[in-house]
Every structure is written in C-alpha cells, then in structure tokens.
Design a protein around this ligand. Structure first.
Ligand SMILES: Cc1cc2nc3c(=O)[nH]c(=O)nc-3n(C[C@H](O)[C@H](O)[C@H](O)COP(=O)(O)OP(=O)(O)OC[C@H]3O[C@@H](n4cnc5c(N)ncnc54)[C@H](O)[C@@H]3O)c2cc1C
Length: 553
C-alpha cells in the first residue's frame, strides 16, 4: 500500500532534525529519512548561535543544550601563534561557555556544543513527538513533483530495496550535494571553491599539558607563508580537529603531510591517534531558488559558506523555523497561496548576506598570506619581541570580528518580505558586530525581561500573538475577528510596561509564529482583513493594492 505523509524531510543533519522538531512541536506529521545510520564520523559545527538557542528555548530544550557535556569551564580563547611550543602572537580571550553572559538583547547565550552532542539532542526532541518518524539508512533516490503531491522513491541502504511514498511537501535538508536540489533543477551561484581543506580529527588526552599555550578553543598557526593551520578543541576533552588550509599549489594532504603538520604545530613529536580525515572544499554558494512546486530546500542544500563565523547551521535552523510555520499554516488551511513562496523571499537574502560575511572572515584569517610575517616573528630577542608584538596586535585586531556577529545571528530581518506589512518607517542599517533591537515589521521581535523573569520571546509560538502595549490601547478586535474569519490562530497579550513599549514603539504589534513582527500600529488597521490576508500570504491581495493600503494605514 502506498504510504502518504504530509511532509517528507530528506536528511537528518541538524537542519532536518530541527525542522522535524519544529513541525512536531506544531503537531504537523512528518517523516525524516537519512541515508546513514546517524553516526557522526567527524563533527562539523560546534557553535550554537544565540538565535538558535532562542529557538531551543521555545522548544523547551535550551537546558538540554546547556547541559551537553562540553565542559562549561573550558576557556574559549582564540590563540594566534607560530607553534604550540613557539611564540604566541596574540590572543582573544573568551571565558568558558558557562561563564559567558547572555547578551542584553536575549534571554539566551550562544553555546559551544559540537554536532555529535547537538544532533542527538535535536533527534531526541524531534522523535519525542508521536507525529514525527525518523528512518535511518533510508535514502531518497528520486522524486516526481506533481500538482497535488510529490512521489518519492526511497532506498533501504541495508537491503537495496526501493519503495515509493507520497507527500504533500518534500523538503531537502540533504546537505551540500543535495539530491533534492538537483532533482528540482535548482542551480547555485557564487564561488564554488574558496579553499581546499583537510580536517583531521585526532585524540590526545594530555594535549594541553604538551605545550605552554594553555587550554583554548582555537589555535591559528602562522608560519612564514602566513596562516596554514588551525586546531580546535572539539569536545573540551581529548578530541581535537586540525584543519590544514590548502594553498593554490597544494590542495591535497596525505598521511605524511598530516603527521608532518601535527609535528610542526606542536614543535616536536607527540603521541596522538588519528580518528578520521575529511577533505572538503570551502564554498560561497547560494541556491538560485529555494523551492519549486511542492519541493523546498533548507540548510546546506540551499547555502554553503565558510565556517568562519559559525553561520552555516545557524542560518539553516533559521530556514527551518521560517519554513515550518508556513508548512503548518498551509497544511491546516489558513496559509494563503503565497505563503510558502515567501520562504525564498525571506530567507535567500539572509543567506546571501551570511555567505559573504563568512568569506570576509575567512579573508581576515588568511590575510597573513598577503601581509606575511617578517622573519623576526619567528626569532628570539628583544628586537624580535617588539616586531612580533606589533604583528600580533595587527592580526588580533584583524580577527576581532568572527565571534562578534550578533548583527547576523540576531539582526537578520525580512524587510522586503511580501507577507510583512511595512509601517513606513525607514529600515535601520543592518549591523554586523553590534545588534540594536527593533520591532519594525520584518524584524525579530525584541526581548524584554518580564516581571516574572521570563522574556517577551516566551509569548510567541505556535500561532500569531497580538501585543497590546500600554495602559489605554485599542482592543485589536478587528484584527482578531479577521484572524478568526480566516482561521488564523491568534492570541492577545496585554502588557502595560514602559520597557516593553519602548522596545516595540507601537500600541499594537502583531508577532508571527516564528517570532518576527508582521504588523504594528498605534490604532487598529482600517482594513484588518487586508492585514491578516497579507501576513498569511493570501493571494487575494495584489502587491499594488497592498502598497496603497500600507500607505493609507
Ligand atoms: C569544519 C566546520 C565547522 C563548522 N562549524 C560550524 C559552527 O560552529 N556553527 C554552524 O552554524 N555551522 C558550522 N558549520 C557548518 C555546519 O556544519 C553546516 O552548515 C550544517 O551541518 C548543515 O546542516 P544540514 O543539516 O543542512 O546539512 P548536513 O549536516 O550536511 O546534513 C545533511 C544530511 O543529509 C543526508 N543526506 C544527503 N543526501 C541524502 C539522501 N539522498 N537521502 C537521505 N539522506 C541524505 C546526509 O547523510 C546528511 O546526514 C561548520 C562546517 C564545517 C565544515
């Protein structure tokens, strides 16, 4: 018998698992298939960004991430050095994750939790919902996108047997070599190769005691040729990842190169065990489309960026959250015909911005290849010390961007979204290392601490939330009636707190299920039905008509 699922998700990496979890949290039945058995040979991501942590908070799993076994007191310093037993050129100091405070704009902070700790957390979250099923060793082979359903052919990787399954929607979270993206005929644009890198996961229990640099999250090694290697503390214990960053004349590194690199990094021989080697190409690519018909892509299948800045998975999880409530709305019947199309309008510009910023961070890291260190940087003596200090200070300053990116992690906005009701205010500049909260439609709704210690963010979730802010504000009945008539889930929350009004700036603010502002005003809109139709992506509102209404409201 042919099996049917509302949503079929291909790929159980962090983005597929987050999408399944968010759909499950909304009560939307879905199936995730994953071609592997779920084991992670080499964890890639390890920085869970602050916005991702806000999603985890909404899902009720922020504590699970916080309590993951990456030690809270492991210093997160970034050290720039000639070798572990050589010279330190500079250092950015960061406390262990347990001691890093939340930024003032969020009730959460970023967390250092590598993929082999995070994926099991997301899996536990997603599969905790009866409506979510997860099948490992099951690959998508091909699919046919029809007018009212998608037919997918799946292969059991253990037996080789194939079967078909139909779905209302097929979502490719199947990574950079996405079968779904290719099957949908979606191309990617950008720079296909920035560097050729060899990642080596190795075990060395006494690593910190073998050198004088102390415990740190990341070491960036600079030789006479410039930056040539990084080593990061993967689990804050015995496992480390060395990345040999290739040069134009040497892109491939074999075992002899790997062992020579480890010896050069330490400054002498030492005992270690190589656990895995992964050769990968750093790219700056964004898919030209985020969906075709009933097929959508998210995460690395939609954008590939340098890990410098930790935006890859975090951007993908934002995709998942944006897509999830729209799928929910459409499957429940209140989402309009344009709602799913807005996924691309909202998320693709964010990816374009993030891939470019990630490349800029990479260029900073490799800037020593253009401005090579003078020979004294590697020599002893007072004169060499002075030159080393100057060079190190320059590089440390150059690198002071990558871990200060809340303008990206929190400050992404959907200013030009077709389902956001513009309020006529000018768009504030997009920030980079800083982030100023705004409740301008399209922005993430601001965080303000409430009297019980919770956050305004805790008010948002499965449906729309209409905030009534102030002592004597309009009731918002028109919006509520229009929402009820269209079947849009909406609740009203009244708050009389000057701090909240200061952050939101209007008496009435309509917040979407993903925590972004959809509409705001000091009075009820004259045509509440038009606002509700716009924010639920109903086709009935033509773009020009809406612009006129926006101007009039
Ligand atoms: C060294 C490194 C460090 C990084 N650090 C960070 C970081 O700190 N923070 C951050 O946000 N990002 C980081 N990234 C990027 C991050 O790892 C990726 O963006 C993230 O893994 C993407 O998740 P995904 O679920 O979209 O894709 P993937 O993790 O690639 O998962 C895709 C899954 O789909 C499966 N699949 C593929 N094809 C099929 C098929 N046909 N059928 C079934 N299953 C299929 C694959 O087996 C895989 O499990 C880093 C990347 C690297 C390389």
């Amino acid at each position: 018998m042919n099996q049917h699922v509302p949503v079929l998700i291909v790929g159980a990496g962090p983005v597929g698992l987050a999408l399944a979890g968010d759909l499950g949290w909304r009560g939307v039945p879905c199936m995730v298939i994953e071609q592997t058995d779920g084991r992670i040979e080499q964890p890639k991501m390890d920085l869970v960004g602050v916005r991702t942590m806000e999603f985890c908070r909404r899902w009720g799993i922020a504590d699970w991430v916080r309590d993951a076994p990456y030690p809270g007191d492991y210093p997160q310093d970034c050290v720039f050095l000639t070798s572990l037993n050589g010279f330190e050129l500079g250092r950015e100091r960061f406390p262990g994750r347990a001691f890093e405070p939340c930024p003032p704009q969020s009730p959460q902070k970023r967390e250092r939790v590598p993929q082999d700790m995070l994926d099991p957390i997301l899996r536990r979250f997603a599969t905790g919902f009866d409506c979510v099923s997860l099948q490992y060793q099951t690959a998508l082979v091909s699919f046919l996108d029809g007018p009212d359903r998608v037919q997918a052919t799946l292969r059991d990787m253990r037996t080789g047997a194939t079967r078909t399954l139909t779905a209302d929607y097929l979502i490719g979270t199947d990574g950079g070599a996405s079968t779904v993206r290719e099957g949908a005929g979606i191309a990617m644009s950008g720079t296909p190769a920035l560097t050729y890198t060899t990642n080596v996961l190795f075990r060395c229990a006494d690593f910190p005691s073998l050198h004088r640099m102390g415990k740190a999250y990341r070491f960036i090694f600079i030789g006479p040729e410039g930056t040539w290697l990084t080593i990061v503390a993967v689990n804050g214990g015995d496992r480390f990842r060395m990345s040999i960053v290739g040069t134009p004349d040497k892109v491939d590194h074999g075992e002899a190169d790997i062992r020579a690199a480890l010896r050069r990094a330490m400054g002498r021989d030492f005992d270690y065990e190589i656990l895995s080697v992964m050769r990968w190409v750093r790219r700056e690519l964004v898919a030209d489309r985020y969906g075709v018909g009933r097929v959508f892509i998210a995460g690395d299948s939609a954008h590939l960026m340098s890990p410098t800045g930790a935006l890859g998975m975090n951007t993908g999880i934002q995709d998942a959250v944006d897509l999830s409530w729209k799928l929910d709305a459409v499957l429940r019947g209140w989402g309009g015909a344009d709602l799913l199309r807005s996924y691309e309008s909202e998320r693709r510009p964010v990816a374009l911005r993030n891939v470019a910023a990630s490349t800029e961070n990479l260029e900073r890291m490799l800037s020593t290849r253009d401005r090579k260190p003078p020979p004294q940087v590697f020599a002893a003596g007072a004169e060499a010390d002075a030159i080393r200090t100057e060079y190190g200070a320059w590089f440390t300053e150059t690198m002071r961007h990558e871990w200060f990116m809340n303008g990206f992690h929190l400050g992404y906005r959907y200013d030009d979204s077709p389902i956001v009701w513009r309020d006529g205010t000018p768009a504030p500049p997009l920030e980079r290392s800083t982030y100023t909260q705004t409740a301008r439609p399209g922005a993430r709704a601001p965080h303000v601490v409430l009297p019980d210690g919770s956050s305004t963010l805790d008010l948002f979730g499965r449906g729309f939330t209409l905030l009534r802010l102030g002592p004597d504000v309009p009731g918002g009945e028109g919006l509520m009636e229009a929402a009820a008539a269209a079947g849009v889930p909406m609740r009203v929350v009244a708050l009389d707190m000057p701090e909240v009004f200061a952050a939101y700036q209007r008496a009435l603010v309509l917040v979407r299920p993903d925590g972004h502002v959809a509409w705001r005003g000091d009075a009820s809109p004259r045509q509440p039905g038009a606002v509700i139709d716009a924010v639920r992506g109903a086709k009935s509102i033509a773009r020009e008509a809406r612009s006129q209404l926006e101007a009039a409201s």
